[in-house]
Design a protein around this ligand. Structure first.
Ligand SMILES: Cc1cc2nc3c(=O)[nH]c(=O)nc-3n(C[C@H](O)[C@H](O)[C@H](O)COP(=O)(O)OP(=O)(O)OC[C@H]3O[C@@H](n4cnc5c(N)ncnc54)[C@H](O)[C@@H]3O)c2cc1C
Length: 495
């Protein structure tokens, strides 16, 4: 670990490049602005150093070469669990639940295709899940540039997930446990008292005792009984071959909040001071770097074109000239908002289940861990000789994933998001300045969603104590409304 595999050499063969394609993800949310529109790019071009927006990603998706056992209409053995989606959440749950002898079928139109996103995680999170071998690059430290004069160095290793390796690992474990796959898109789900049918676009109807929807943020199968007032994280990222970059190779840049690159761009600077974006950078070697301009959270979502303009100005200012774009990604993550209706006939895991961290948008490591918790709840129901099916089963699995304590903790994280939504650039800088001065137990735990409600209250007191005078004013003036909302939601949860 810690050394960059040959895969990242700038002198890659075309075939090796192919394993890293990142096509723009599709969402049913605000209309994506695809990166490949030449007219838009033309308008954004500001100099020969800002022209990376006109470069097309050079990689192509490469599917895994695995012989999957397929489900067929003639299959007589009844299925216990049908999982919709072979993303990280779906495959992890399939692997975990099938360990107990539960019969699982995973349905996805392209179960072997490459996952599109570039995933970063804290190394300790993945190691504690025994998935450390699925990281292809780690950095011993991370840095946070608060402003031009202040940088914090965080002593917590960060890693990039080798998504191909992770997917292969999860699929191999699924194969060992007898999981079957079906290559199709699910159109609808029909429910009877003790079983459900998944209706696919190829005409097949698959019967199972429990359907789990792991189809991601764009899911249409999960119901909500409260207004969905989430915020959005939006970002534009590229894996780029560059002439030069200024980043230390042993430090991943978690957040760069500097805005000196906007000195000659008054309108961009003004907009950034109200709704700030930061740079996230993974330096792989002196010529290869993943760069992502990110709006941590906004509501309504910040324009994608604005994000790309700011990124072009920043790279120009840093003297980074992009020679080739190997991959690009548009990141759009709904954050916070209400949990799905609990319980309901369809279970959820992953992007559609409320697991995404409301203040950071991270989800991968938590999903890997929560899938094991959900698998246990499923096994307690389906594996029990008492034949728990239908409503009692749905009740058990939803409450297994979201017990009261976790719902209350999530209210707290959503309060964090509501607070961040109210901070301008200077407020955000002051917030992170104080946040990363907290004891590691608190900031590590907060970012990894592993603090109890009591610990979160202690964190708040400590954060207030650490905060500068203007930051205290921010907290006192901007937090009361979200605080009251959190208190009333907490009261509703516990009644
Ligand atoms: C660009 C981007 C970058 C991100 N980076 C990070 C990161 O660095 N760290 C982190 O922790 N989190 C990150 N996230 C957040 C989150 O971890 C990812 O979105 C993650 O991929 C969610 O996993 P998932 O399995 O829930 O959904 P997805 O990865 O979206 O997988 C859903 C699967 O369901 C399938 N599907 C969809 N509809 C149907 C249907 N009707 N029938 C059958 N199959 C269907 C799809 O084909 C797909 O295979 C990122 C998100 C994005 C968008």
């Amino acid at each position: 670990m810690g050394t960059l595999p040959k895969l990242f050499s700038p002198f890659l063969t075309t075939k090796t490049h192919q394993s890293f394609l990142s096509p723009t993800p599709q969402f049913p949310f605000p209309k994506p602005h695809h990166t490949s529109s030449p007219t838009k790019h033309h308008k954004l071009k500001t100099s020969k150093f800002g022209n990376f927006l006109s470069l097309q990603p050079e990689t192509k998706p490469e599917s895994l070469d695995v012989d999957l056992p397929m489900w067929g209409p003639s299959d007589r053995s009844p299925l216990d669990v049908i999982i919709i989606g072979a993303g990280p959440a779906g495959l992890r749950l399939a692997e975990q639940v099938s360990r107990y002898g539960i019969q699982v079928c995973c349905v996805d139109p392209c179960p072997l295709s490459s996952w599109p996103n570039n995933y970063g995680v804290w190394v300790d999170e993945f190691e504690s899940l025994d998935l450390g071998s699925c990281l292809d690059k780690t950095w011993p430290m991370t840095s946070v540039h608060i402003n031009d004069n202040k940088t914090k160095y965080l002593d917590r290793p960060y890693g990039r997930v080798n998504r191909k390796r992770l997917k292969k690992e999860l699929i191999n474990r699924c194969l060992l446990n007898g999981v079957k796959f079906h290559k199709a898109k699910v159109w609808e789900i029909e429910h009877q008292e003790f079983e459900s049918f998944v209706v696919c676009d190829d005409g097949n109807r698959i019967k199972g005792s429990l359907v789990v929807d792991a189809s991601g943020f764009g899911s249409k199968f999960i119901e909500y009984d409260k207004p969905r007032n989430h915020g959005y994280q939006i970002a534009h990222g590229i894996l780029a071959e560059v002439d030069f970059h200024p980043f230390d190779l042993d430090k991943m840049v978690l957040m760069d909040w500097r805005d000196s690159h906007l000195g000659n761009e008054p309108s961009l600077r003004n907009a950034n001071s109200k709704l700030p974006t930061f740079l996230y950078a993974m330096p792989f070697d002196s010529n290869l770097v993943f760069l992502e301009e990110t709006s941590l959270v906004s509501r309504p979502v910040l324009s994608y074109v604005e994000v790309k303009k700011r990124m072009a100005a920043r790279l120009r200012h840093l003297g980074i000239r992009v020679k080739r774009v190997l991959e690009d990604e548009k990141c759009l993550i709904p954050m916070g908002g209400p949990l799905p209706k609990i319980p309901q006939n369809v279970m959820a895991i992953g992007g559609n289940s409320g697991i995404v961290h409301p203040s950071t948008g991270y989800m991968l490591a938590r999903t890997m861990g929560m899938a094991a918790v959900l698998a246990e709840a499923i096994v307690e129901g389906l594996g029990s000789t008492r034949m728990i099916r239908g409503k009692p089963l749905y009740h058990r699995v939803w409450n297994g994933l979201w017990p009261i304590e976790s719902r209350c903790v999530r209210e707290f994280y959503s309060f964090g998001m509501e607070t961040l939504l109210r901070l301008d650039l200077n407020g955000t800088r002051r917030f992170f300045d104080a946040f990363f001065d907290l004891k590691p137990h608190y900031w590590h735990g907060f970012l990894s969603s592993r603090l109890t409600l009591g610990e979160l209250l202690l964190l708040s007191l400590s954060l207030f104590g650490n905060a500068s005078a203007p930051s205290k004013v921010d907290i006192v003036t901007k937090c009361p409304v979200p605080l009251l909302r959190m208190m009333s939601n907490l009261a509703l949860e516990t009644i």
